[in-house]
Design a protein around this ligand. Structure first.
Ligand SMILES: Cc1cc2nc3c(=O)[nH]c(=O)nc-3n(C[C@H](O)[C@H](O)[C@H](O)COP(=O)(O)O)c2cc1C
Length: 180
Protein backbone atom coordinates (compact mmCIF):
# COMPACT_ATOMS: atom_id res chain seq x y z
CA UNK A 1 0.00 0.00 0.00
CA UNK A 2 1.24 3.48 -0.91
CA UNK A 3 0.32 5.92 1.87
CA UNK A 4 -0.13 9.57 0.94
CA UNK A 5 0.10 11.80 4.03
CA UNK A 6 -1.30 15.15 2.94
CA UNK A 7 -0.74 18.12 5.27
CA UNK A 8 -1.64 20.82 2.74
CA UNK A 9 -4.44 23.02 4.06
CA UNK A 10 -5.07 25.26 1.04
CA UNK A 11 -7.68 23.98 -1.42
CA UNK A 12 -5.53 25.09 -4.37
CA UNK A 13 -2.32 23.85 -2.77
CA UNK A 14 0.64 23.73 -5.14
CA UNK A 15 2.39 21.24 -2.88
CA UNK A 16 -0.53 18.86 -3.17
CA UNK A 17 -0.50 19.30 -6.97
CA UNK A 18 3.20 18.39 -7.08
CA UNK A 19 2.63 15.43 -4.76
CA UNK A 20 -0.18 14.07 -6.93
CA UNK A 21 2.12 14.28 -9.95
CA UNK A 22 4.61 12.13 -8.00
CA UNK A 23 1.84 9.72 -6.98
CA UNK A 24 0.59 9.41 -10.57
CA UNK A 25 3.91 7.72 -11.37
CA UNK A 26 3.69 5.35 -8.41
CA UNK A 27 0.23 3.77 -8.69
CA UNK A 28 -2.80 3.32 -6.43
CA UNK A 29 -2.58 5.05 -3.09
CA UNK A 30 -4.43 5.59 0.17
CA UNK A 31 -4.69 9.22 1.18
CA UNK A 32 -4.61 10.46 4.74
CA UNK A 33 -5.76 14.09 4.61
CA UNK A 34 -4.48 15.40 7.93
CA UNK A 35 -6.69 18.54 8.16
CA UNK A 36 -9.75 16.26 8.29
CA UNK A 37 -8.41 13.85 10.91
CA UNK A 38 -9.04 15.90 14.05
CA UNK A 39 -5.54 15.21 15.32
CA UNK A 40 -4.57 16.83 18.62
CA UNK A 41 -1.20 17.14 20.38
CA UNK A 42 -0.58 14.44 22.97
CA UNK A 43 -2.06 15.30 26.35
CA UNK A 44 -0.95 13.93 29.73
CA UNK A 45 -3.99 11.68 29.78
CA UNK A 46 -3.21 10.29 26.30
CA UNK A 47 0.44 9.79 27.20
CA UNK A 48 -0.40 7.85 30.37
CA UNK A 49 -2.80 5.64 28.40
CA UNK A 50 -0.32 5.12 25.57
CA UNK A 51 2.58 4.28 27.88
CA UNK A 52 0.46 1.77 29.79
CA UNK A 53 -0.84 0.04 26.65
CA UNK A 54 2.60 -0.12 25.02
CA UNK A 55 4.16 -1.56 28.20
CA UNK A 56 1.55 -4.34 27.97
CA UNK A 57 2.21 -4.81 24.23
CA UNK A 58 -1.41 -3.99 23.58
CA UNK A 59 -1.71 -2.04 20.32
CA UNK A 60 -5.38 -2.82 19.69
CA UNK A 61 -6.60 0.63 20.81
CA UNK A 62 -7.83 3.11 18.16
CA UNK A 63 -5.10 5.53 19.23
CA UNK A 64 -2.56 3.31 17.43
CA UNK A 65 -4.35 3.19 14.08
CA UNK A 66 -2.14 5.85 12.45
CA UNK A 67 1.06 4.22 13.73
CA UNK A 68 -0.01 0.80 12.40
CA UNK A 69 -1.03 2.27 9.06
CA UNK A 70 2.33 4.05 8.77
CA UNK A 71 4.33 0.99 9.80
CA UNK A 72 2.60 -1.28 7.29
CA UNK A 73 2.80 1.01 4.22
CA UNK A 74 5.04 -0.15 1.36
CA UNK A 75 5.87 3.40 0.29
CA UNK A 76 5.11 6.76 1.85
CA UNK A 77 4.60 10.15 0.26
CA UNK A 78 4.36 13.21 2.52
CA UNK A 79 3.23 16.57 1.18
CA UNK A 80 3.93 19.65 3.29
CA UNK A 81 4.30 23.29 2.28
CA UNK A 82 7.36 25.15 3.61
CA UNK A 83 6.01 27.06 6.59
CA UNK A 84 8.07 29.18 8.95
CA UNK A 85 11.28 27.41 8.00
CA UNK A 86 9.66 24.03 8.57
CA UNK A 87 6.27 22.41 7.86
CA UNK A 88 2.71 22.84 9.21
CA UNK A 89 2.47 21.95 12.91
CA UNK A 90 -0.29 19.51 11.98
CA UNK A 91 2.37 17.24 10.49
CA UNK A 92 4.34 17.36 13.75
CA UNK A 93 1.18 16.44 15.64
CA UNK A 94 0.75 13.49 13.27
CA UNK A 95 4.34 12.39 13.94
CA UNK A 96 3.72 12.60 17.70
CA UNK A 97 0.72 10.37 17.20
CA UNK A 98 2.50 7.72 15.11
CA UNK A 99 5.78 7.55 17.04
CA UNK A 100 4.74 4.65 19.25
CA UNK A 101 7.66 2.58 20.48
CA UNK A 102 6.96 -1.03 19.58
CA UNK A 103 5.06 -0.16 16.38
CA UNK A 104 7.19 2.13 14.22
CA UNK A 105 10.44 1.83 16.14
CA UNK A 106 12.07 0.13 19.10
CA UNK A 107 15.26 0.67 21.07
CA UNK A 108 18.20 -1.72 21.17
CA UNK A 109 20.13 -2.39 24.38
CA UNK A 110 22.39 0.62 23.69
CA UNK A 111 19.38 2.96 23.41
CA UNK A 112 19.69 3.27 19.64
CA UNK A 113 16.39 3.33 17.70
CA UNK A 114 15.74 0.37 15.42
CA UNK A 115 13.17 0.95 12.69
CA UNK A 116 10.13 -1.32 12.45
CA UNK A 117 8.47 0.16 9.35
CA UNK A 118 7.96 -1.85 6.22
CA UNK A 119 8.34 0.99 3.69
CA UNK A 120 11.45 1.00 1.52
CA UNK A 121 10.98 4.57 0.37
CA UNK A 122 9.63 7.89 1.63
CA UNK A 123 9.16 10.82 -0.73
CA UNK A 124 8.85 14.28 0.83
CA UNK A 125 7.14 16.83 -1.39
CA UNK A 126 7.23 20.54 -0.65
CA UNK A 127 6.94 23.98 -2.21
CA UNK A 128 8.39 27.21 -0.88
CA UNK A 129 7.58 30.87 -1.36
CA UNK A 130 11.27 31.78 -1.33
CA UNK A 131 14.46 29.73 -1.32
CA UNK A 132 13.87 26.29 0.21
CA UNK A 133 15.95 25.42 3.28
CA UNK A 134 15.62 21.71 4.13
CA UNK A 135 17.20 21.69 7.63
CA UNK A 136 14.04 21.68 9.75
CA UNK A 137 11.63 20.06 7.32
CA UNK A 138 12.98 17.47 4.87
CA UNK A 139 16.18 17.17 6.92
CA UNK A 140 14.19 16.24 10.02
CA UNK A 141 11.87 13.83 8.20
CA UNK A 142 14.83 12.13 6.47
CA UNK A 143 16.65 11.68 9.80
CA UNK A 144 13.52 10.23 11.42
CA UNK A 145 12.77 7.93 8.50
CA UNK A 146 16.29 6.56 8.15
CA UNK A 147 17.49 6.51 11.77
CA UNK A 148 14.28 5.76 13.67
CA UNK A 149 11.71 4.20 11.34
CA UNK A 150 14.03 2.00 9.28
CA UNK A 151 13.01 3.51 5.94
CA UNK A 152 16.22 3.34 3.96
CA UNK A 153 15.50 5.64 1.03
CA UNK A 154 14.16 9.16 1.30
CA UNK A 155 13.77 11.58 -1.57
CA UNK A 156 12.93 15.27 -1.82
CA UNK A 157 10.71 16.66 -4.57
CA UNK A 158 10.30 20.41 -4.36
CA UNK A 159 9.57 23.68 -6.12
CA UNK A 160 10.83 26.94 -4.67
CA UNK A 161 10.66 30.73 -5.21
CA UNK A 162 6.95 30.52 -5.99
CA UNK A 163 5.99 33.74 -4.17
CA UNK A 164 8.88 35.95 -5.27
CA UNK A 165 7.89 38.96 -7.36
CA UNK A 166 9.02 38.50 -10.95
CA UNK A 167 9.08 34.70 -10.77
CA UNK A 168 6.66 32.66 -12.90
CA UNK A 169 5.22 30.29 -10.29
CA UNK A 170 3.24 28.24 -12.79
CA UNK A 171 6.33 27.71 -14.96
CA UNK A 172 8.45 26.68 -11.95
CA UNK A 173 5.79 24.22 -10.84
CA UNK A 174 5.40 22.73 -14.31
CA UNK A 175 9.18 22.28 -14.57
CA UNK A 176 9.25 20.56 -11.18
CA UNK A 177 6.47 18.22 -12.36
CA UNK A 178 8.35 17.45 -15.59
CA UNK A 179 11.51 16.68 -13.63
CA UNK A 180 9.91 14.05 -11.38
C1 LIG B 1 1.86 30.13 7.27
C2 LIG B 1 2.85 30.24 6.14
C3 LIG B 1 4.20 30.25 6.40
C4 LIG B 1 5.13 30.34 5.34
N1 LIG B 1 6.48 30.34 5.63
C5 LIG B 1 7.37 30.41 4.62
C6 LIG B 1 8.77 30.38 4.89
O1 LIG B 1 9.23 30.32 6.02
N2 LIG B 1 9.62 30.46 3.83
C7 LIG B 1 9.19 30.53 2.53
O2 LIG B 1 10.02 30.55 1.61
N3 LIG B 1 7.86 30.53 2.25
C8 LIG B 1 6.95 30.48 3.26
N4 LIG B 1 5.60 30.48 2.98
C9 LIG B 1 5.16 30.45 1.58
C10 LIG B 1 4.82 29.01 1.15
O3 LIG B 1 5.92 28.15 1.38
C11 LIG B 1 4.47 28.92 -0.33
O4 LIG B 1 3.45 29.83 -0.68
C12 LIG B 1 4.04 27.50 -0.68
O5 LIG B 1 4.08 27.31 -2.08
C13 LIG B 1 2.63 27.21 -0.16
O6 LIG B 1 2.27 25.91 -0.53
P1 LIG B 1 0.77 25.53 -0.91
O7 LIG B 1 0.44 26.21 -2.24
O8 LIG B 1 0.84 24.05 -1.03
O9 LIG B 1 -0.12 26.01 0.20
C14 LIG B 1 4.68 30.42 4.01
C15 LIG B 1 3.29 30.42 3.75
C16 LIG B 1 2.38 30.34 4.80
C17 LIG B 1 0.89 30.36 4.49
Amino acid sequence: MILYINSCVRSDSRTDRLARAVLSKMGEYTELYLPDEGLVPLTEEALIKRTKLLSENDTSDEMFRYAKQFASADKIVISAPFWDGSFPSLLKVYIENIYAVGIVSRYDEKGIPVGMCRADELVYVTTAGGKYIPDFSYGYIKALAESCFGIKNTRLVMAEMLDIVGMDAEKILKEAIENI
